[in-house]
Write a new protein. Structure first.
Length: 150
């Protein structure tokens, strides 16, 4: 007799499923790493925007950044107001979250001084992959406003 037996067909299907699972797992890990890296860059860009607007004394005000679990918000003035129409929110990737914010003085806001770009709320912001909490990146902002990524 010619053709495939049921056992042979089941074995081929099992091998295909195993290979598909391995490939999907590798792709998922790559996607998570890319999402984490790009989200860190978006947060750094937002921090730099708040700092540069303070350096330029845009609208004669200080500027700051407010950190939430799923977004960062650049704001004008010395305190964050969620209803301010001048706020510029940047949503984070749905795969990434800000797991902790450890700033001098506590809180979730970092305000930069006009003309100098210094901040009294320096510290660290930790971002992580939601599905794999061991994949993290830490953004450190010095009191001078200089940023480093670990």
């Amino acid at each position: 007799m010619k053709g495939f037996s049921v056992v042979e067909t089941i074995i081929v299907i099992a091998v295909i499923i195993i290979l598909a699972t391995i490939i999907a797992s590798a792709f998922s890990g790559f996607r998570d790493s890319q999402a984490l890296n790009s989200t860190v860059e978006e947060v750094v860009v937002s921090i730099n925007k708040a700092r540069s607007e303070s350096l330029a004394s845009k609208n004669f005000l200080q500027h700051g950044i407010h950190f939430e679990t799923n977004q960062v918000v650049v704001f004008q003035g010395i305190t964050y107001s969620p209803s301010d129409v001048n706020n510029v929110a940047t949503k984070l990737s749905p795969f990434i979250e800000i797991s902790s914010t450890s700033l001098n003085g506590g809180g979730a806001d970092m305000v930069f001084q006009k003309f100098t770009g210094k901040t009294g709320q320096n510290g660290t912001i930790t971002l992580r992959v939601k599905k794999n909490t061991t994949k993290i990146k830490i953004i450190t902002v010095e009191s001078t406003g200089v940023i480093s990524i670990q």
